[in-house]
Design a protein around this ligand. Structure first.
Ligand code: MG
Length: 344
């Protein structure tokens, strides 16, 4: 079934998409339905705001990304940024620009993903906007969250001798993207390979349905650890480490042998003839947390499930480097994915 958006109009569409939304958070005083939403946060909290704009053809490719997954991911990457400040996401607004190619049903799919993510992470959709677009789909989500005033974690607090920690594993989302890109050439008949995703489900899931590390933030709180610096890994570990070190005015040493990599990522890198460490260091879209803790927290973090110690913070003069398995030192380079840099 295909219902043209014009048959509902903008207000009709918003009404359809936001039907039945129940506000879960105390701070969401009033949601969709007036000129503005109303939020009410207690004074002992800091309020965190982050926003993200996704453009079709630049950030996502609808030939292999289902709309529901796209909606889910668009919401989750925003939650990830709030967690990366050691906060809790509470509300989002969703703005869409869409061309005539999209139907009401398409937008319902997209919204189903957004609403599923909100349910999983207990976040309220409190507003948004829709507009027509001449060329494709654009999604902009703004997320609002909170953190205790003394618990907000910035990128600039890393200190010499701090330990560098990372959650989960790295490079899988990037390998998932390579796999989907290969599939696309198969679909177009440009290559004579049969699509085969068997045994590669994890890579696809990491690319198409990433999760934000709410669990790690909860574990840190439960063990009374406030990281000295933290950020989420969206552009690749190398680039994020350099952000932390630049903003904290430090250097760092990370060890290749400690970089967490899933077995499927390793298999796929070999199949694509790619350097595994490069994929893990620069792949991006992992949405894992990178954080530093004082050396006194060594025992606590080393016992934390799903967290790996990968190195330590140094004096700024030492620069940022990766120590390979055979003991060689390589200066880190930010080869992270940056759409603005690709513009010619
Ligand atoms: Mg971030």
């Amino acid at each position: 079934m295909r219902t043209e958006i014009a048959t509902l109009g903008e207000f009709g569409l918003i009404k359809r998409l936001t039907e039945g939304i129940k506000l879960e958070n105390e701070s969401s005083k009033y949601g969709v339905g007036d000129d503005a939403a109303v939020l009410s946060y207690p004074s002992e909290k800091e309020i965190l705001v982050t926003t993200d704009l996704l453009m079709e053809g630049v950030h996502f490719d609808l030939t292999y990304v289902p709309l529901k997954h796209l909606g889910y991911k668009a919401a989750v990457v925003n939650f990830s940024d709030i967690y990366a400040m050691n906060g809790t996401p509470r509300q989002i607004t969703v703005s869409l620009a869409l061309s005539k190619r999209f139907s009401v049903e398409d937008m319902e799919e997209l919204y189903a993903g957004i609403r599923l993510a909100c349910q999983q992470y207990h976040v309220d959709v409190i507003g948004g906007d829709t507009s027509s677009s001449l060329t494709g789909l654009a999604i902009s989500i703004t997320c609002i969250g909170e953190a205790d005033k003394d618990k907000v974690v910035y990128r600039n607090g890393a200190k010499e001798t701090d330990l560098i920690c990372v959650s989960g594993d790295l490079g899988a989302a990037y390998m998932g993207l390579q796999l989907l890109e290969r599939e696309k050439t198969v679909l177009k008949g440009e290559k004579d390979i049969q699509p085969d995703f068997t045994g590669k489900e994890y890579l696809l899931e990491r690319q198409l349905k990433p999760e934000a590390r709410k669990d790690i933030i909860e574990k840190l709180a439960a063990t009374n650890i406030v990281p000295t610096s933290m950020m989420d890994i969206s552009d690749g570990l190398s680039s994020e480490l350099m952000h932390i070190c630049t903003q904290s005015n430090t250097g760092c040493r990370v060890y290749e042998e400690h970089i967490p990599i899933d077995y499927q990522t390793a298999v796929m890198a070999e199949e694509f003839n790619m350097n595994l460490t490069t994929c893990a260091m620069n792949g991006g879209e992992d949405y894992e947390l990178l954080f530093t803790v004082p050396i006194a927290d060594h025992e606590k973090v080393s016992q934390m499930e799903g967290v790996r110690l990968i190195g330590h913070i140094t004096k700024p003069e030492l620069g940022c480097a990766l120590i390979t398995r055979d003991g060689q030192e390589f200066e880190l380079k930010a080869q992270g994915w940056n759409p603005l840099k690709e513009e010619k």
